[in-house]
Write a protein that binds this ligand. Sequence first.
Ligand SMILES: CC(C)(COP(=O)(O)OP(=O)(O)OC[C@H]1O[C@@H](n2cnc3c(N)ncnc32)[C@H](O)[C@@H]1OP(=O)(O)O)[C@@H](O)C(=O)NCCC(=O)NCCS
Length: 329
Amino acid sequence: MKTPVSVVIESVGAYIPPKVLSNADLEKIVDTSDQWIFGRTGIRERRIVAEGMSTSDMAIEAALSCLASSKVPAAEIDLIIVASASPDYAFPSTACIVQHAILARTAAAFDMEIGCTGFIYALATGAQFISAGVYRNVMVIGAETLSRFVDWTDRNTCVLFGDGAGAALLTQGPAGEGILAFHLGADGSQWNLLSLPAGMARLPASEQTLKKGLHYIHMEGRAVFKFAVKAMDVSLKALLDKLGKTAGDIDLLIPHQANSRIIDSACQRFNIPREKIMMNIDKYGNTSSASIAIALYEAYSEGRIKKGDLVVLVGFGAGLSWGSLAIRW
Ligand SMILES: CC(C)(COP(=O)(O)OP(=O)(O)OC[C@H]1O[C@@H](n2cnc3c(N)ncnc32)[C@H](O)[C@@H]1OP(=O)(O)O)[C@@H](O)C(=O)NCCC(=O)NCCS
């Protein structure tokens, strides 16, 4: 029998747009306050992509940052997966644009659209190609330009989201290291709690859709909040069961950065102390598919991940969807 190939994270990278939009800036745009936003979400500021730049530009920068600290050259990347809910175009895929720009000429390329759970789904997918022995090196990117899809007059949503990109290069590794297990889930019956209704096949852009603001993010905040707490719970538990581990074995938990209260509530249930949780929501807000990728990059860059650590990623989002993934670093 063929021994399954281990899949490790070779390197990580990110692109953070330099433009900061603080809660104080938002106070000038909508009827809100730093006290409300920080108190309800843990967000102090978020980043906004520069005019003229878009999702692929940030994805390219994140990929280049990832390659800069990697032994694998772009020419040896076999597959590029971009997770994004805000791709440049309906088609072509953003991954194809990245492939061209980073000179990964022999790489296959496709996008995945699973809302904020996208990066976890994409890591799990990329890992399958490697463990099956089909590919050696897979670049996984989470990239979002959500600032172009929020209604800047709607205080319920515009305070929450931000732009950015993160990347991880997957490759073959020694047995016992790398991605140990993952858990993915979805509940399509609740798809309408979080959506971008217009601009595609169901509701093509028209004067009506523009007037009704249907090309902006629509969200039932309270219902999504409840779902998110439960999804983190279910997904973490399923993952720990698969691993035969307890929450106490986790060295660093990197959750999707949507709301610090969602993270706190789930972590309290598992009794995971604050110092074992990566949080950067205060600086970036919710960057959807990019959030875990950026947090992973920052945690690694800050020296919070050591060799041998059990690192667990967990996320949830539109779909509704959820997922978790464990890595022995
Ligand atoms: C959006 C969210 C922060 C709102 O917090 P909440 O405690 O549920 O607040 P509610 O929506 O019940 O609103 C409470 C009040 O605050 C008001 N409010 C909403 N946004 C506000 C803002 N930015 N500033 C000030 N007040 C605001 C509401 O209008 C409401 O006022 P009312 O009671 O007079 O009607 C919270 O529901 C949330 O985080 N949900 C999950 C969102 C998420 O994670 N989405 C992405 C998933 S990947």
